[in-house]
Design a protein around this ligand. Structure first.
Ligand code: NAG
Ligand code: NAG
Ligand code: NAG
Ligand code: NAG
Length: 334
């Protein structure tokens, strides 16, 4: 007994060593997600010089084991690119911003999108996900036209997800159980807050959409008009949902059609896990660890709680460009 037990220990040690070195090369246990802030919409503490991120997006990625660095859309370009060097994935959240070429928000989003494409082409696995407005933005950027959007009557409702054949093997939904697929198909657990959307026909009218994305689900608005409710890119780790997976877990404003059904919450958790699984495949090391990285994390900011119905969020992080830049980070980039 004693003699033979030495062998498995040696084998285990070798296996451990192999696994550790594989982990070093192929993965990243400490993923960081960049979340793009948006122009303030005029609520308390957030004037025209500021920008914000709803806390629900931060918690959404944190719940799968990731940390967040805010990417402040109106910070100097060098500062934005510096922060991008620390993150393994980018999230374009939902919100209410006109997506007009020439506006700072649109142009910043466009250059971030192009940067993500470039990183992936250079061999770094760099995921990008868009929710609601972020989903619409990805379509405009790929089609290079605002004409991909149409109006829909879905500003405050729940919907079913009509999954396509591709969903079962997609990065986003591959780990859904049959029960969860069934629930999402039949129970209206997807939370919809959009007045624009992308119809499946737009994929025919704009061939670049068809060759870039795979439709994973469609849904119907209150008039029964069909729109694409989730998609992912064929050749890049880029995905989007028109619905809001994060709201069932973190948003509670009354007057909002938000499902808090256990399966809506499970869907949020599964999608968060799926996204962070992709972020962990990005093993690009940060520029530096320790204090430099720590100074960029969202933990340096405190969210504010807005209890009235002036915004559809419980808590938001507000950023003022004058208070955000880290002067030393600007020196370091050169
Ligand atoms: C916006 O708010 C910030 C922080 O409260 C303040 O420092 C700044 O002066 C305000 N700017 C304007 C244009 O009101
Ligand atoms: C569901 O998908 C089928 C097949 O693609 C399509 O014909 C139908 O219109 C869709 N319905 C909704 C509500 O998305
Ligand atoms: C949206 O749908 C609701 C419910 O069917 C209806 O009452 C409302 O008038 C519609 N709004 C528009 C702008 O069509
Ligand atoms: C799906 O589940 C498998 C087995 O538990 C796991 O290895 C994989 O990382 C999961 N994938 C996603 C995208 O969550």
């Amino acid at each position: 007994m004693h003699k033979s037990s030495a062998f498995p220990i040696v084998v285990n040690a070798v296996t451990c060593f192999l696994l550790l070195s594989l982990a070093d090369v192929q993965g990243n246990e400490r993923p960081i997600v960049g979340i793009l802030s948006q122009p303030c919409t005029g609520f308390r503490g957030c004037n025209e010089s500021g920008s914000y991120i709803a806390s629900s997006y931060v918690k959404f990625v944190e719940m799968a084991g990731a940390r967040v660095i805010p990417i402040i859309f109106n910070a100097p370009h060098d500062e934005i690119m510096f922060r991008m060097r620390y993150v393994h994935m980018l999230l374009f959240p939902g919100g209410a911003v006109p997506l007009q070429p020439g506006t700072l928000f649109f142009e910043t989003s466009k250059s971030l999108f192009e940067h993500v494409i470039d990183l992936n082409k250079r061999g770094f696995w760099f995921p990008l996900h868009g929710t609601c407005l972020g989903f619409e933005l990805l379509h405009i950027l790929v089609a290079r036209s605002g004409g991909v959007l149409q109006t829909f009557n879905s500003t405050n409702c729940r919907s079913k997800l009509n999954f396509t054949e591709s969903a079962r093997h997609s990065r986003l939904f591959q780990n859904f159980s049959n029960d969860l697929f069934e629930a999402a198909r039949k129970k209206k657990i997807a939370v919809e807050h959009h007045m624009y959307g992308v119809s499946p026909e737009a994929y025919k009218n704009f061939p670049s959409l068809q060759s870039f994305f795979r439709i994973l689900s469609t849904s119907a608005d209150l008039q029964g008009k069909i729109y694409v409710s989730s998609m992912e890119a064929i050749d890049f780790p880029i995905s989007g949902t028109q619905f809001h997976p994060e709201k069932p877990v973190f948003e509670w404003k009354t007057g909002q059609e938000i499902s808090h059904d256990p399966q809506a919450i499970l869907m949020a958790q599964m999608l968060s896990n799926a996204l962070i699984t992709e972020a962990k495949k990005n093993s690009r090391p940060p520029l530096s660890k320790g204090p430099q990285l720590n100074s960029l994390l969202i933990y340096n900011y405190s969210p504010i709680y807005i209890s009235d119905d002036s915004i559809p969020f419980e808590q938001v992080y507000v950023f003022h460009t004058s208070s955000t830049p880290h002067p030393r980070s600007l020196e370091r980039i050169n």
